[in-house]
Design a protein around this ligand. Sequence first.
Ligand code: ZN
Length: 291
Amino acid sequence: MIASTAELARHGQAHGYAVAAVNILDNLSMRAVIDAAVEMSSPVIVQVSVKTVRFIGVDLMTRTFAAAATSAPVPVALHLDHCPDRRVIDEIVRAGWSSVLFDASDRELAQAESETAEVVALAHAAGVDVESEIENIIGMEDGVGSGVAVHSYPVDVLAEVAERTGADLLAPQLGTAHGEYKSSPVLLPERVRELARLTDRPIVLHGGTGLTESDFRSLIDAGVSKVNISTGLKLAYMKSALDHLSKAESTARWDPPSLFADITRAVKAEVVRYLEIFGSAGHAHGMRAVR
Ligand SMILES: [Zn+2]
């Protein structure tokens, strides 16, 4: 069933777990993510980068998701990841996705706030939830982002801005970065706790790939209720494809459906692992369908 992103995250918040938001790349990985959630009786968020949705097309992506998610016996939401471009946000809101991440972290604070408020008004009128990012999370993801923290604010500013814009979910800096870590990140669970004391809006963790199970648990226990996974899935996808293709070359057996099956297996296993760590397994019930 298709569910609301904010409702899934609030359910996680109320029950001490985080919903995995997994960046998919195509219909294979989308189905693998949903299959993993079904197997674990878990809610899940299918997340799509602007680059991926541009490649596949909004209409095809929207319809593929609807076909895969409507009949799934677990709640699934469709979320647009980091998007600084208002025209793309408008298009996705019109397409009726569950939610968008309006990434205003490249704007100065006053501009970020006023634009986020406009995006929230437009999205809420269409029943679409908004994740808000006004501080930039370090690292590049599908061409969006920066290597340095250009904008960062005290947590009370984050909470006040969220109150004024009406954003549903908040993506603050938590010490993580996009991509693969070269050295261990210094995580900020205390910052999650401080922010959670000031606002009841769900808090989102970006840059989760490479964190240990106890890293995830400390941030989820502090109040994170949506965790984004992108790089981990890309690696599972590409490495399983490489394994398959190396074998195909050495055995001269070229069979695309068995390539697809191998990728699906690897991606699904990776997602199952996250659903177990984030504690969402077994929490598929008690949510309502929104579409
Ligand atoms: Zn991110």
